[in-house]
Design a protein around this ligand. Sequence first.
Ligand code: PLP
Length: 332
Amino acid sequence: MWRYRELLPVRAFEHVRSLGEGFTPILRLPSEGPASELELFLKDEGGMPTGSFKARGMAVAVSRARELGLTRLFVPSAGNAGVALAAYGARAGVRVRVYLPEATPEPMKAACRAYGAELVTVPGTIRDAGERARAAERSTGAFDLSTLREPYRADGKKTMGLEVWEQFRAERLPDAIVYPTGGGTGLVGMFRAFLELRALGLLEAFPRLYAVQTEGCAPVVRALETGAEQVTPWESPTSSAPGLLVPAPFASERILEAVRATRGGGVTVSDDAVRAAVGGLARTFGISASPEGAAPWAAVPALLRSGAVRSGERVLLFNTGSGIPFLGSPSL
Ligand SMILES: Cc1ncc(COP(=O)(O)O)c(C=O)c1O
């Protein structure tokens, strides 16, 4: 992804600490049943270093932090961002502390430790982990890499939008992109990419952005449906997808802006549909998806039913992370 370095915030290339992230494949999904009217594609982020799209953001944020002379970083995470920060922290030689909800899959906790990060587990959701982290780190001098509280992770996620543009531009860009949404960096980053491509004179019509959430924690979809300007925190949140269990995303105005400005929308899926989609993607297409990454595939029937996507359209789903850390998990 460093092919786009002119659009990334690291000033001097010698500060980049890469693990070979980016330029993930786009797979054509031969579709059956109702989805056969669509041209369906899936961008598979599961093969990224550390197994998810979170590597993009952390590669940029850690490289820039290093360039700015920071030596201690921390993040509250649902799992994947913590694993990514642990790995890039090791790569860059900076100290890392990761705050995870207690219920995070054990392989993700183990991965953080294996990369040499210090791990703190906290009861509750990422919201509780965030509160604990910011309170505990107030006087340590460590820098906070929480979702959208610093600018550079979203710049890393921007590379997904740049890649979509580059990978599709020889034919036709997708009409719609369907993305699993927790804290919202993926959508915010891609929207930023499209704005920059337009400013460069390289893009006119933006793909519509659709946020997918699970029924037990869908604050972004609710705000889109009610026309709210901000998200209100979701009460008693639950989700089979840890990365989507974000009851009160910090920068919700920016998520809503990305969806509304592209004339996209929001859609919810049930936990059962997510579980079925994880199994279906593996058995039907050989794709290993995390629950978050399977959610866009689970959302296709609802998007068709509501008329959000229409016959003949090109629709790009994002599998944001590998299913490997979830293998054998009792909840799937
Ligand atoms: C695999 C996966 N997909 C999607 C998400 C949600 O991403 P965002 O918080 O950028 O909306 C996460 C967040 O943890 C994740 O780990």
